[in-house]
Design a protein around this ligand. Structure first.
Ligand code: GAF
Length: 383
């Protein structure tokens, strides 16, 4: 990303220059809504993300300029403030400061300018990129990188929980901090054991289609999590040792079905199904069987749409078009409620699919969806 504008605006605003840091957004091949259920996910960092320029200002003040915000793009707060700023975007940085301090890092004030090329609200984790870039930069500047990368990811997650109202799992922050060029990460969200998985499907591409339905996670996301927790509580009562849906199986779920609402039951069942799909995809990747990977992606989509109910007509439409075009795999990516579909497409039909998706979507919804070709990149770093 060209940082000329960022550098110029920082100098204009603050009269100095600072250091540059970057954290990426992410994709996720499969394993959706499994992270907070103790399951597996398959994310990778992308080459798009959030870049900041940052400099210590020798006071207790934090001064922030968000280049891409149309209004209220300048915020100041003190590190001693106890209530968060009014601007939602600044809460992420406020939260990261508080979470670092909770872990014993003694921060000083700083000036920072923020910009990004990861689309906002597209399900590519722009918010995790924002948390991670500040956690990484402040850890470097004020703690000699003493806080390890696992904790940096947890700081981002805790920021979401405690300052932004989203009870998310660890996937997005983990991928942003730990990303590696050319690799997906198979992450066990219970133990945080992970493995880099080189991903270079010869003859296929990963293409994202942004429905441009702005997704913002909040109550609806938290409600899905609560459904899972209700099922877990009942199974734990009956069988013991069920801490998350990771510990549950279909027999257990059937045994408590009568005490669950249909909605909660279907959501819990989706998670059990997704658990099996992730394992099947691991095997298929080992065998190089991308057709099977793709089949599982479709199954995930319809599970998310019909059972977990986090889709919308626009996303379902894009997946149907993909299927009509013979695309290998297609599904909602990320939390849902809008954002992108991720598509595993054979090279030979990619152009045809993209032009048909744009045309048909525009005809149906009156806007042209955005297309991103996925490049799997590195995680948080100083530039
Ligand atoms: C969002 C959350 F932030 C993640 O933790 C994860 O639950 C995802 O939705 C769904 O898989 O991106």
């Amino acid at each position: 990303m060209d940082t000329t504008i960022l550098r110029n605006r920082f100098r204009e605003q603050f009269g100095t220059s600072g250091d540059l840091y970057f954290s990426p957004g992410r994709i996720n091949l499969i394993g959706e809504h499994t992270d907070y259920n103790g399951g597996f996910v398959f994310p990778g960092a992308v080459d798009k993300g959030i870049t900041i320029e940052i400099y210590r200002n020798g006071s207790r003040k934090v001064c922030l300029l968000a280049l891409d915000q149309k209004e209220n793009n300048y915020v100041e707060f003190s590190l001693d403030d106890t209530s968060k700023p009014e601007q939602h975007w600044a809460c992420y940085i406020f939260g990261v400061c508080k979470e670092l301090e909770k872990r014993g890092v003694s921060l000083g004030g700083f000036n920072a300018a923020i910009t990004g090329d990861v689309p906002l609200g597209a399900g590519m984790s722009s918010s995790a990129a924002l948390e991670s870039v500040f956690a990484f930069a402040l850890n470097t500047m004020f703690a000699d990188s003493r806080v390890d990368k696992f904790e940096l990811a947890k700081i981002g997650q805790a920021t979401e929980h405690n300052y932004c109202g989203v009870k998310c799992g660890i996937m997005d922050q983990f991928a942003s901090v730990f990303g590696r060029e050319g690799c997906l990460i198979r992450l066990d969200c219970r133990s945080l054991e992970y493995e880099y998985f080189p991903f270079d499907p010869k003859g296929y591409k990963l293409v994202l289609i942004n429905s441009l339905v702005k997704h913002s996670l909040g109550n609806e996301y938290n409600e899905r999590r609560e459904s899972c927790e209700k099922a877990v509580a009942l199974m734990n009562e009956q069988f013991g040792q069920v801490e998350t849906l990771r510990d549950a199986n279909y027999q257990m779920l059937e045994a408590v079905k009568g005490s669950l609402t249909d909605e909660d039951y279907r959501r819990a069942k989706y998670v059990l199904d997704e658990k099996e799909r992730v394992l099947a995809v691991c095997d298929a990747l080992n065998e190089g069987d991308y057709e099977l990977v793709g089949k599982k992606m479709y199954e995930t989509h319809w599970g998310l749409s019909r059972d977990y109910t986090v889709s919308c007509p626009e996303l379902d439409f894009l997946v149907e078009i993909a299927s009509e075009c013979g695309v290998t795999g297609s599904r909602i990516m990320g939390g849902g409620f809008g954002g992108c579909t991720i598509n595993l497409v054979r090279d030979t039909i990619a152009d045809l699919f993209i032009s048909k998706a744009k045309r048909e979507y525009a005809r149906r919804f009156g806007i042209i969806p955005e297309i991103y070709h996925v490049v799997i990149g590195n995680g948080s770093r100083k530039l």
